[in-house]
Unconditional design. Structure first.
Length: 216
């Protein structure tokens, strides 16, 4: 009887390694959205909880990790998450840089957002996702700047790059924390080999621009 109990305990604590889980496709997708470090930490907490309370199914583990990440991000990204909900409910989730998707996002903004040029063709999913969240974060940030009354979004596929520019009207004041407020987006763009710049144009407008390699 003692041996049976010992084997049961061994099975309960036989859990996948954090490094193995984070490289699985589903967790990699979470890393694209929330950043690898946050996902690793969320997985580590979940594995520890299972080590204490018993292993659960892989799908339930993924759901709990995703829920934990979204709960942590909610205070900072509530507006973006709501906009994502608009896209999902309108069946536009597979094309986050489509005109309908970006215009749906613009409608959630606290200031008027004019949607200019957008790529006609589909791009790799991680690139489209990064572009969508850049537009959401940048337009949301501009809306918080003193004097901001509107913004313009423009995205172009030039060669092997996606170039996205979000520009405020001339009245907006950038403040000293502009680049710090975009660190998460900078990391997301950088993870794809891209770069992001944020500053104030000579005419006074806030300009946030990203270049993201897209392979074609």
């Amino acid at each position: 009887m003692q041996r049976v109990r010992h084997r049961e305990v061994q099975r309960a604590v036989s859990l996948p390694a954090v490094g193995t889980l984070v490289n699985e496709p589903a967790y990699s997708a979470l890393a694209t959205e929330f950043g690898r470090e946050r996902v690793v930490e969320a997985i580590r907490r979940q594995v520890e909880a299972e080590r204490q309370g018993g292993a659960i199914e892989a799908g339930e583990r993924l759901s709990r990790v995703a829920a934990s990440l979204r709960t942590e991000a909610a205070p900072r990204l509530r507006r973006v998450i709501n906009a994502t909900g608009v896209i999902l409910h309108t069946n536009l989730g597979r094309a986050p840089l489509s005109r309908a998707a970006v215009e749906a996002l613009a409608e959630t903004s606290a200031i008027p957002v004019t949607v200019g040029h957008l790529p006609q063709e589909r791009l790799p999913a991680p690139v489209e996702a990064a572009g969508y969240f850049l537009i959401a974060e940048a337009s949301g940030l501009i809306a918080t700047r003193p004097g901001a009354e509107g913004a313009t979004v423009d995205a172009r596929h030039e060669g092997n790059r996606l170039i996205i520019q979000i520009t405020s009207d001339a009245a907006a004041q950038p403040g000293q924390d502009l680049e710090n407020a975009l660190l998460d987006v900078t990391d997301r763009v950088g993870a794809l080999g891209g770069r992001l710049r944020a500053g104030q144009a000579p005419a006074g407008a806030i300009t946030i621009e990203a270049e993201i390699p897209c392979g074609s």
